[in-house]
Structure formats: C-alpha cells, structure tokens
Write a protein of this length. Structure first.
Length: 185
C-alpha cells in the first residue's frame, strides 16, 4: 500500500501543474509585488509537503500496518483530483490557460464555483491533505499547514482582482459563497 501511495502521490500532481489555470511565468509577469512573492512560496510549500510525504512513506515513520490510514489518504487525494479537474474544466478547456494580463470575461458562479469561490485552491488543499493523512507525522502536518496558509493568502490576492473586475457582482457572489471550505469559510 505504501508503494501505491508513493506512485499515486507523485504522479497525481502532474496534471494539476500541467493543466493549471495560468502559466506561472505569465502570471508572475502580470502579478503584483505581493503576488510575485506568494506564488513561488505556494509552489515551494506544495513541493516541500509532497517531498516530505514521499520520503516518510519510504521510512519506518509510516508502519506497514498503517494500511487503512494510507488507503484513506489515497482516497482523499484521488477525490481531490476529481474535484480539481471538475473545477478546472469549468474555467475552459484544459489545454487553454487563462490570460493573467486581462480580467476574466465573466464571473463563473456555477458548478464547483457555486460551492466555493476558489474550487481549484480547495482541490489543491485536499490533494495536500491526502499525503498528510497517509503519513500522519508532525512534519507533514506542519507542511500541510504551510500549504493551507499559502493557498489562503493566494485566494485573498485573487479576490482583489476579481473585486476590481466585477465590482458589485463579485461582492454579491462573495457574500453568498464561502471562500475555500464549503459551508464553513
């Protein structure tokens, strides 16, 4: 089960980074100074978290008899990838990244965007939760918290641009739709 988790956790992130909504270099070129700091920090936090989980899965930190916990982590991870793909597809074709130099053409409030304002970030957060559950070590929970912090900060930064682009329509959407955790926050 540990070998399966290593393979799934390693390969599962490939589509998330390959089909992300924006190319990192394009986004950084159009980003504010604060965004230019937080975008690489978020990527680094995810990379560190996944690397820690992969390392710990190859050591006795995760005992062989922790099959249920590892299976649970895999299930959360795979479910998060399905959620992320659904959200990403709502933004448009997977092979067409968004242009970060222009505001979106319209405010999307259907599908996963009807449940949370940042469903892609939720998908990434849940994808990071899977390895944390599987490994259940102090360092992976700390790195998961770092991922959560970075994603939360990035959500707030994105909301500034959406508020500028859509004004009252975005304010109304934000008032009725939770930011990152459905029905909670």
């Amino acid at each position: 089960m540990k070998i399966a988790a290593i393979i799934i956790f390693a390969l599962g992130w490939i589509p998330v980074f390959r089909y992300r909504s924006e190319h990192v270099q394009s986004k950084l070129a159009a980003a504010s100074r604060a965004e230019r700091r937080w975008i690489p920090l978020t990527i680094a936090a995810v990379a560190l978290h996944v690397s820690l989980a992969e390392i710990f899965l190859t050591t006795p930190v995760v005992p062989t008899e922790a099959t249920g916990r590892v299976a649970g982590g895999i299930a959360v991870f795979l479910g998060s990838l399905l959620w992320w793909a659904w959200a990403r597809r709502h933004l448009g074709p997977l092979d067409q990244p968004l242009d970060p130099t222009h505001p979106p053409a319209h405010l999307i409030v259907t599908g996963p965007f009807a449940l949370v304002r940042h469903p892609l970030a939720l998908g990434m957060l849940l994808a990071a939760l899977g390895p944390a559950i599987a490994v259940a070590s102090g360092p992976t929970w700390i790195s998961f918290a770092a991922v959560a912090l970075c994603l939360t900060h990035r959500c707030r930064q994105d909301e500034e641009g959406l508020q500028q682009a859509f004004g009252a329509a975005y304010a109304a959407y934000a008032a009725r739709t939770r930011r990152l955790v459905p029905f909670v926050w």
